[in-house]
Design a protein around this ligand. Structure first.
Ligand SMILES: *[C@@H]1O[C@H](CO)[C@@H](O)[C@H](O)[C@H]1NC(C)=O
Length: 272
């Protein structure tokens, strides 16, 4: 049963993501850190997590689309153990193989990866509960399995959206809603390159190990937010490993109960 689900997800992933035209220009924002247009320091806040009474430092990178970076949410030790757990899985499963066809028209992504059921492995399970305890704005149980991606030098993920095209993913979107949010956990960082870039809104960040970046892909009226275009910049040295949860819209009614209007979620639950 799980296998069927995983195969299905795999197909969705490969064929549904809308990718902008592939060219060298798309990496132009990868070079330097960019914190958006709204300034840096004003967006830094912290709150005390109700679960463990720990101080959680967060950075609101953007309000529209809503992008938030939780610093050190996952303990370094746990991240390290999760990396070992991930490496024991067959990461080549999701590999998109094949050489580039022409220099202009290249692959969407060069990475190895796999899907993993949320609580199937102890360290990923612990991480899952840890995130759920801290990010109360989202019900993470509605997420697709973890997607773990590993990029060594030459790895990258071209600019793409995480929301699904409702026409090509009718079954998934009708039953579970679109991918309202992306939760990206940084488990290992590249020595050089490999930043996370949102080219349309001038954000290019290098989160630390244990940081969690969350953003909202769709708006309360169900529309996709095209400002959420993002990419994993080419890795120049070292290996980057990230684990992603794509959270679906159905099931969030209790955690994120109201929208301020058609275009804006009430996001205070992400940091309170
Ligand atoms: C994927 O794994 C293979 C085999 O281990 C390796 O040769 C390749 O460089 C990896 N690719 C990326 C982009 O990490």
């Amino acid at each position: 049963m799980y296998r069927i689900l995983l195969i299905f997800l795999n197909i969705c992933l490969v064929y549904s993501d809308e990718v902008i035209e592939f060219n060298e220009k798309m990496w132009e924002k990868c070079g330097k850190e960019l914190r958006g247009d709204s300034g840096k320091d004003v967006n830094l806040v912290c709150f005390r997590s109700s679960e463990y009474l720990l101080i959680q430092k967060i950075e609101i990178l953007s309000l529209r689309p809503f992008i938030i970076q939780y610093h050190n949410m996952v303990h370094r030790r746990l991240a390290k153990r999760a990396v070992l757990e991930a490496e024991a899985l067959q990461l080549e499963q999701l590999r998109i193989s094949g050489k580039t066809e022409t220099p202009e028209k290249s692959q969407v992504r060069a990475a190895n990866g796999t899907w993993l059921i949320h609580t199937k492995r102890p360290n990923f399970a612990r991480m899952f509960w840890n995130l759920q305890a801290n990010i109360r704005a989202l019900d993470l149980s509605t997420a697709e399995p973890w997607q773990i991606l590993s990029y060594n030098s030459e790895g990258y993920y071209a600019p793409h959206y995480d929301f699904l095209n409702p026409e090509t993913n009718k079954v998934l979107v009708e039953s579970r809603g679109n991918r309202i949010a992306t939760v990206l956990v940084i488990l290992q960082i590249a020595k050089k390159g490999g930043t996370t870039v949102f080219p349309k809104i001038n954000i290019n960040i290098r989160p630390k190990i244990g940081d969690v970046v969350v953003w909202l892909n769709t708006l309360p009226d169900g529309e996709s937010d095209s400002q959420t275009l993002h990419a994993a910049c080419p890795i120049k040295e070292g290996t980057k490993i990230g684990a992603t949860l794509w959270v679906h819209a159905k099931g969030q009614e209790f955690s994120m109960p109201c929208a301020l209007d058609d275009q804006t979620y009430d996001t205070k639950h992400f940091f309170a």
